[in-house]
Design a protein around this ligand. Structure first.
Ligand code: PHE
Length: 388
């Protein structure tokens, strides 16, 4: 059932000193079975833990959000490899839901994945008896490639439960009245957090759908001329509370993307910068301080196009993951620039434009050509596509 790119591991970077202090922060390739679609450039990210570095924008923003929720238990050291039960089943995400697809999720084995969201830890923490908690960690999704999408990013989950004593007098935890009250409390708490962290900023609520909350909402904030989705949230499904020892309560949950928030707060224009080790980036930040990022000169981009006939089962994320696995952070963007269906044979082909650009130096034509050749070989070999 598992269709994989099957790319062979290359080298695995040694863990950073910070990672070495955490017992679990070792590369995970020994956990991956032969079917795994976890590529080395992804597995290298495990254990980096930017969210634990108080001089990194992600660590700084984590501290600010935690400070907006006094009294909450803060958990930030849970391992990113989780079971499909934790990540999906426990959250009522049905079989066949798109978030489970191999085109969207990194499978370590058939039954384990790199968590796609910090919600994967909701039910275990509910069962531990906690009633107010924040969980922060690195999460992984196979995704498109552009300035605000990166296959590894960070989320913070928040959960808050209310017993009968907290709810309006006479409202049973499972009642519609309690649900409406919890939703109001949720919105006020998150608006308060955003105002506290950002100062007044334009924001709007949008209806959403998550299998594990009802009702479900998203909060967007206005940044650089566009509405940016920064968090998903809602009232926790009754069944999840009942199944995890919290049946006498009602509660809300949210999951927020730390990179998105940090891009807005520090004015960081490209999500790849969060992984930069360039001192011109890292030395701009200090613990507990919010500063405007000072861009350093951008090196020139280099564009290369590739066109191929699509294999029978093809997902654009497969191509994006392949490009990432060959060229890593030297890829700035992958866009489709042409779709073609042959009028006689009905065969479909696509042309993709890859933008290469280093954050740290000028790329030479030769090295980009070499990467492009490698990508072409992998498209033919791994994806089984016919190049045009
Ligand atoms: N886990 C959801 C996501 O990653 C966000 C979310 C968390 C939504 C908690 C509702 C409640 O998109």
């Amino acid at each position: 059932m598992l269709l994989r790119l099957g790319l062979r591991p290359r080298s695995f970077a040694a863990s950073t000193p910070l990672a070495a202090s955490l017992a679990w922060s070792r590369p995970i390739q020994h956990l991956c079975d032969a079917q795994s679609n976890v590529t080395p450039n992804i597995s290298d990210k495990i254990g980096v833990n930017h969210h634990l570095n108080d001089r990194h924008p992600l660590g700084i923003i984590k501290g600010l959000v935690e400070a907006s929720f006094p009294g909450f238990d803060c958990v930030d050291d849970l391992h990113p490899v989780v079971t499909t039960k934790q990540c999906f089943d426990s959250l009522m995400i049905p079989e066949g839901h798109v978030s489970r697809a191999e085109s969207d999720t990194y499978y370590v084995t058939r039954d384990t994945v790199l968590r796609t969201h910090t919600s994967a830890h909701q039910t275990e923490l509910l069962r531990s008896g906690r009633t107010q908690f924040l969980v922060t960690g690195d999460v992984y999704r196979r995704d498109e490639v552009d300035a605000s999408h990166y296959p590894a990013f960070h989320q913070m989950e928040g959960v808050c439960l209310f017993g009968a004593d907290d709810l309006p007098a006479g409202a049973a935890p499972a009642s519609a009245e309690a649900t409406a009250w919890v939703e109001d409390h949720l919105k006020a708490s998150l608006e308060g957090m955003v105002d506290g962290v950002f100062g007044p900023v334009e924001k709007r609520w949008v209806d959403a759908h998550f299998p594990f909350t009802d009702p479900s909402l998203e909060l967007e904030i206005y940044f650089n001329g566009e509405w940016l989705e920064v968090l998903g949230c809602g009232v926790v499904q009754r069944q999840i509370l009942d199944d995890n020892g919290a049946g006498a309560s009602a509660g809300w949950a949210f999951g927020l993307g730390l990179e998105r928030l940090a891009m807005v707060l520090f004015d960081i224009p490209d999500i790849r910068l969060f992984w930069s080790t360039d001192p011109r980036f890292t030395e701009q930040f200090a613990a507990g301080k919010v500063v405007q990022f000072q861009p350093f000169s951008k090196y020139p981009p280099c564009f290369k196009d590739i066109t191929f006939w699509l294999p029978d089962t093809f997902h654009e994320n497969d191509f994006a993951a392949l490009v990432r696995s060959v060229a890593g952070d030297l890829v700035e963007q992958v866009e489709t620039i042409d779709d073609f269906v042959h009028p006689k044979t009905d065969r479909a082909s696509k042309c993709f434009r890859i933008t290469y650009r280093s954050m740290e130096r000028s790329l030479t034509n030769d090295e980009v050509d070499a990467l492009q050749v490698e990508i072409r070989d992998a498209v033919a070999g791994e994806l089984g596509a016919e190049l045009r």
